[in-house]
Design a protein around this ligand. Structure first.
Ligand code: 5RP
Length: 226
């Protein structure tokens, strides 16, 4: 199976966890895109009644076009389950997200959810985090100074650019990717990044996920994290 087929597989499997009446956090990325397509089918064909809380403008647009009701995170009193993708997941179920520059909204939705599920193809599973560059969402003002401070710490930062322009998040912030290699202590790194002025949010998602569905050649594997 291709990577894309594995993404489709887990996208379909995840929809089985969505029950009528749920408020569902909808992640961002190519894997979640498949999940939202299948969810749209269930809403249209089976008439299930759900409300989605989107983690990006692009997912909100896709869901709305499929007839899924979307509410803002501040309009709901809880979120039952959030289904999102991930860029890397280690053996302790810690993750890196933000490859699609959506990790700020993704984390806000995740921490306000009763349960979190990640859906990934098997290439995302790793022994430890770090081979995928760690994304930061940063305030544009003073971001070159911030880049220098990150560099001085040995974090190998790089602005994320496209066609010579800064990539902008849905909140109109910049993205810096840290090319650190192996991350020895994700919690210590998260604490350091949390303490740095100018960083709005980093892509380390620690102790957040409950269920991971991994797309494997022989079918989707459901792992319970906690
Ligand atoms: O964190 C994310 C977006 O900010 C995505 O969930 C992550 O990048 C995975 O994307 P894909 O399913 O396209 O591989």
């Amino acid at each position: 199976m291709t990577q894309d087929e594995l993404k489709q597989l887990v996208g379909k499997a995840a929809v089985d966890f969505i029950e009528d009446g749920m408020i569902v956090g909808l992640g961002t990325g190519s894997t979640v895109k498949y999940m939202v397509d299948y969810l749209g089918e269930r809403v249209q064909k089976d008439g299930i009644n759900i409300v989605g809380v989107s983690t990006s403008k692009r997912t909100a647009e896709q869901a709305t076009n499929l007839g899924i009701t979307i509410k803002d995170v501040d309009e709901v009193d809880h979120i039952d389950l959030t289904i999102d993708g991930a860029d890397q997941i280690d053996k302790n179920f810690q993750g890196i997200k933000g490859g699609g520059a959506a990790h700020l909204w993704e984390k806000i939705v995740a921490i306000n959810s009763r349960r979190n599920m990640w859906i990934v193809d098997e290439s995302k599973m790793a022994d430890e985090l770090g081979s995928f560059p760690l994304p930061l969402e940063v305030i544009p003002y003073g971001s070159k100074q911030l880049l220098k401070r990150l560099d001085a710490k040995g974090y190998h930062p790089e602005f994320r650019m496209a066609n010579g322009e800064h990539v902008l998040t849905d909140s109109k912030n910049y993205v810096i990717d840290l090319h650190m290699g192996k991350i020895e202590d994700p919690h210590a790194l998260a604490a350091d990044l949390d303490s740095m002025t100018g960083i709005v949010e980093h892509g380390l998602f620690l102790d957040l996920v409950n269920t991971v569905i991994v797309g494997r050649e022989d079918g989707p594997e459901v792992l319970q994290a906690r």
